[in-house]
Design a protein around this ligand. Structure first.
Ligand SMILES: Nc1nc2c(c(=O)[nH]1)N[C@H]1C(S)=C(S)[C@@H](COP(=O)(O)OP(=O)(O)OC[C@H]3O[C@@H](n4cnc5c(=O)[nH]c(N)nc54)[C@H](O)[C@@H]3O)O[C@H]1N2
Ligand SMILES: Nc1nc2c(c(=O)[nH]1)N[C@H]1C(S)=C(S)[C@@H](COP(=O)(O)OP(=O)(O)OC[C@H]3O[C@@H](n4cnc5c(=O)[nH]c(N)nc54)[C@H](O)[C@@H]3O)O[C@H]1N2
Ligand code: SF4
Ligand SMILES: [Mo]
Length: 696
């Protein structure tokens, strides 16, 4: 057998690591092993297990390979094959009919980040804008986290993530990096090995990340701001606060000092459930370690007070002056560094800013005709869905299902698998996977732009997202230069118009390091506010984040970092707090179809503390019912003492059919927007817990 050719690529999935890959190409239609690129300084040869066995996914027997039309009632799963032309004609017919009767905004192209490739992910906006279809307000993932970080720094960027290698203390806060972005842990462990760095993990249960930490802080969900305030209290109290730095780089250090004077470790212990000694030890560690790198994740921002918690945690770096040191500072995401010109891909020149922007996370309310969710506009009558599986991943799953069951709603889903959303489609189109199309990717958790070229032919009749946009545009009479360009031409245009070279240069190099100079990344030339100062006291109505204007109870946001009691606190009727954390072997609902991942994960479970389980008569492996006012879900109990009493954790977005009654975990989560700019409090749900009665 000849040795397979090894080609460079990039992981397309919705993960901050955006790994640089090396892929063995076995033949024109088959990939073999997938490895992390050793010569990429962030990936450093390490990738997660689920992508290492990607051939399982590309060669999966259940892949969609032909266009399908639903022939039975919606959701019946009865489909018949049809040709591409007929399928596209039917989509166009439905879109034109909706537009004629209810206006263009009754068509709602709905997408997210199943691929993070900028051409395949964002090209749908060009079709949307040129046709005047409803716009989308992206809230489901990043909004609270980005808002909270930007509130302080003014900019979504921070110290080079590779500097973790030269840190003396790495704080992995509210992210289960071992599962969700392995490279953070790789670099932290490298720093521990080479220079004795201390690893701190802040989470709500003993995750694989927490297990590897030297200091394990397991607090009550939604109380991170209390911990942050107590740390700042100690920094001021014990002389660790860098007053000279703050005089130059912070808006109101004196006010903050007075404010946290009574946010003592004792107080924080009563809020968070942590031991006073642990809070003191953590604060002292930060106060005495200049090279402390706060690696702030998404998890702790999926609480109703999440944006405020993120801002409070980032504020620690300013009080201690950590930003000044190599291997020091706070980092969440590097989104702001790339400054890519996305205009050709997204059709930015065609945007009409008066067109409504529907909140992605409120899809259930939108599809069931809630006037507020529809922003006063027409009902949604037709949809094109790409790169997302809302029937599984959206909150208020019952409402979402009811919406998709509407007979007067036309849905076209473009997918790789028969997801629960695909099952609801009127027309279902087969999509290529990343090794079967060209695209460009940018790292959120690092600083590279990477190319992911087409390496093999797709099976059957699969087409890329871009090809679908082009074909629909042709039939709908949507005109834009971008529809006449290939994927490669788009990549080249984007790079050339962003001062980032050309496709040929990227192709030769594989990736481009976009890291800004040290001074800028560490904000030593000032934070991104006109006066150059970090905001301890931000104007939450003016944070430069993705927004539809302030929402949620934003007027009650505390002026300075503080514990904000707006979470879904436990009650007598619903005494447990549910966290719906990611599973290591799935990526959202992706990979919940691959044999390797399913084998590792088993079946849907919930972690329960043995002392909570005992009095309820719940034993290991028993069927239990989690319930709240929105509905109920049945899973198996796993007794686990690495969790606080009163908290339960269910990992993973399983196929809904893996649950009894088909009720997935998002049956329980709320779509109530997080202040100030929306987002979903996925880890902030009070529930009742009881043994499930046997099915009749
Ligand atoms: N294996 C795997 N990898 C993934 C994903 C996946 O589903 N599986 N999802 C991808 C996506 S889309 C994203 S956005 C990222 C997200 O990755 P992360 O930044 O890791 O965020 P989350 O996955 O929401 O949650 C991470 C952790 O937050 C903890 N947490 C929940 N509430 C709190 C709290 O109040 N305080 C604290 N301190 N911790 C809390 C949870 O217990 C969990 O361990 O990961 C990506 N990578
Ligand atoms: N309970 C709970 N719910 C959550 C979360 C949680 O922590 N807890 N996390 C939330 C977060 S952070 C996020 S980001 C969302 C993510 O939710 P989604 O964006 O829906 O992510 P996935 O479930 O991975 O689904 C992506 C889909 O895109 C498809 N896909 C991949 N590549 C392509 C392509 O090139 N073309 C087309 N047409 N399709 C493609 C995949 O097959 C897959 O079905 O889920 C959210 N939901
Ligand atoms: S760690 Fe994330 S970016 Fe890297 S291969 Fe796995 S899913 Fe892809
Ligand atoms: Mo996400």
């Amino acid at each position: 057998m000849t040795k397979p050719l090894t080609r460079r690529s990039a992981c397309p999935h919705d993960c901050p690591s955006t790994c640089a890959l090396e892929i063995d190409v076995v033949d024109s239609g088959t990939i073999g092993r997938v490895r992390g690129a050793k010569d990429n300084a962030y990936t450093d040869g390490v990738i997660c297990a689920k992508v290492a066995r990607y051939a399982e996914r590309t060669n999966h027997p259940d892949r969609l390979t032909r266009p399908l039309v639903q022939t039975g009632p919606k959701g019946s799963g009865q489909f018949a094959e049809i040709g591409w032309d007929e399928a596209l004609d039917r989509v166009v017919e439905a879109f034109v009919a909706a537009e004629a009767e209810f206006g263009a905004q009754s068509v709602y192209p709905y997408n997210y980040a199943g691929t993070m490739g900028l051409v395949q992910r964002d090209g749908i906006h060009r079709l949307r804008h040129v046709k005047g279809y409803s716009r989308q307000f992206d809230t489901i993932c990043t909004n609270p986290a980005w808002t909270g970080f930007i509130a302080g720094t003014g900019r979504l960027a921070g110290p080079d993530p590779r500097e973790i290698d030269s840190s003396d203390c790495v704080v992995i806060w509210g992210t289960n990096a071992a599962a969700t972005q392995i490279n953070v842990l790789t670099h932290a462990v490298a720093a521990r090995k080479s220079r004795g760095a201390t690893i701190v993990a802040v989470d709500v249960y003993e995750t694989e990340t927490v297990k590897q930490a030297d200091l394990k802080l397991i607090l009550r969900p939604g109380t991170d701001a209390a911990l942050a305030c107590a740390v700042m209290h100690v920094l001021f109290r014990d002389g660790y606060a860098d007053r000279a730095y703050m005089a130059k780089f912070a808006d109101c250090p004196d006010e903050l000092e007075a404010h946290v004077a009574n946010r003592s470790p004792d107080w924080a212990a009563s809020v968070t459930g942590l031991a006073v000694e642990d809070i003191e030890a953590f604060a002292k560690l930060v106060g005495t370690t200049n090279r402390t790198y706060l690696r702030l994740g998404y998890g702790f921002t999926r609480q109703r007070n999440g944006a405020i918690a993120m801002h409070a945690a980032a504020s620690i770096a300013t009080v201690a002056g950590l930003w000044q040191y190599e291997g020091g500072g706070a980092f969440h995401n590097n989104g702001a560094i790339y400054e890519l010109n996305m205009a050709m891909v997204t059709g930015a020149d065609a945007v009409d800013h008066t067109t409504r922007r529907l909140d992605q996370s409120r899809l259930g309310a939108i599809l069931t005709g809630d006037e507020d969710a529809l922003l006063g506009g027409p009902p949604v009558k037709a949809m094109l869905i790409q790169n997302t599986n809302p029937v599984s991943v959206c909150p208020e799953q019952e409402l979402v299902k009811r919406g998709f069951a509407r007979d007067d709603l036309f849905v076209c889903v473009h997918e790789q698998f028969m997801t629960e959303t695909a099952r609801m489609a009127d027309i279902l189109l087969p999509a290529t996977m990343f090794v079967e199309h060209d695209d460009i990717y940018k790292g959120g958790g690092h600083q590279y732009l990477l190319l992911g070229p087409k390496l093999v032919e797709a099976p059957g009749d699969c087409r890329s997202n871009h090809e679908v946009h082009v074909e629909l545009a042709k039939r709908l009479g949507a005109e834009h230069k971008g529809f006449g360009m290939s994927e490669r031409e788009h990549i080249d245009w984007m790079l050339r118009n962003s001062g980032r070279g050309s496709l040929a240069e990227l192709e030769a190099a594989g990736w481009i390091d976009c890291q800004p100079p040290f001074e800028k990344a560490h904000y030593l030339d000032g934070f991104a506010y006109p006066d150059g100062k970090f905001r301890f006291k931000p104007d939450w109505t003016k944070v430069k984040a993705n927004n539809n204007g302030p929402m949620g109870p934003w007027e009650a946001i505390p002026a300075l970092p503080d514990q904000w009691d707006v979470i879904d606190a436990a009650t007598d009727a619903h005494p447990f707090r549910l966290v719906t954390a990611p599973a290591r072997s799935f990526l959202n609902s992706t990979f919940n179809e691959t044999p390797g991942s399913l084998k590792k994960e088993g079946h849907p479970t919930v972690f329960v503390h043995p002392e909570d389980a005992g009095p309820l008569g719940i034993g290991e492996g028993m069927r239990v019912r989690l319930a709240n006012d929105q509905g109920a879900v049945v899973v198996r109990a796993r007794l686990f003492d690495g969790i606080r009493r009163g908290v339960v954790v269910s990992e993973g977005l399983w196929p809904n059919e893996a649950f009894e009654d088909g009720q997935g975990i998002n049956t329980l989560t709320s779509a109530e927007p997080i202040a100030p700019y929306g987002g979903v409090a996925f880890h902030d749900t009070r529930i009742s817990l009881a043994p499930a009665q046997p099915l009749a």
